[in-house]
Design a protein around this ligand. Structure first.
Ligand code: G3P
Length: 218
């Protein structure tokens, strides 16, 4: 399963990328607003693309298909790694189809049902982003949505990649991996929670203490 970092924070992106932990980046307007200051979105996307050798999702903000298509084309021109993110609306799917015909990769976002995901795949989406945590927030089971999409895409040989999103904790990531999601996008805090284990820390501490008793360097 590919792991993407869900942030526009360049320091976090650099840290994870240099450690070889991530395969790409996803952003959304809210994440951009957190870090932008007086910088133009275009410059932020360019910096991210230079840092990460993998797909970088950049979201349109128009809500009509023509507007999304024109914004999507402008975003795609920024860098070859850009994947244009469009919302799962009727206009979003129209824009998806047109952008894909022009060779632009599209991530269809804000997916909350398997039937939405089916329509996105038929519109040629490169990625579908089911929002697991936000479904859990309203008392549904977000992981069940990932399972349903996997089953449908496998049944009909649909090539759209499932990009599990709105993941809030390591169990969401584990669930996505076990269910066969193609990718998972995580906030930095969740990424490092995957990495750490208290028994690793305890084990390392005792190895180092025992080594000290040798009184010699390597
Ligand atoms: O990738 C989508 C993600 O950014 C949404 O996450 O935590 O705002 O639901 P969250």
């Amino acid at each position: 399963m590919k792991i993407f970092l869900d942030t526009a924070d360049l320091d976090e992106i650099r840290r994870a990328s240099q450690a070889g932990l991530i395969d790409g980046i996803t952003t959304n307007p809210s994440l951009l607003a957190k870090v932008a200051g007086d910088r133009a979105p275009r410059d932020i996307f360019l910096d991210i693309c230079r840092e990460v050798d993998g797909p970088v999702s950049a979201e349109v903000v128009a809500i009509d298909a023509d507007g999304m298509i024109s914004e999507g084309r402008r975003l795609a021109e920024i860098h070859e790694n850009i994947v244009v993110k469009v919302p799962l609306t009727e206009d979003g799917l129209r824009a998806c189809r047109t952008l894909r015909e022009g060779g632009v990769r599209v991530n269809v976002t804000l997916c909350f049902s398997a039937t939405q995901a089916l329509l996105a795949a038929k519109a040629g989406a490169s990625y579908i982003s089911p929002f697991v945590g936000r479904l859990d927030d309203v008392g549904h089971d977000g992981m069940e949505l990932v399972a349903e999409i996997r089953e449908i895409y496998d049944e009909y040989d649909l090539e759209t990649e499932i990009l599990a999103a709105s993941l809030r904790h390591p169990k969401h990531v584990l669930g996505s991996a076990l269910l066969g999601a193609d990718c998972a996008t995580l906030p930095p805090a969740v990424l490092y929670k995957l990495l750490r284990h208290p028994l690793t820390d305890v084990g390392l501490e005792s190895f180092l203490a025992d080594w000290e008793t040798l009184g010699k360097g390597l």
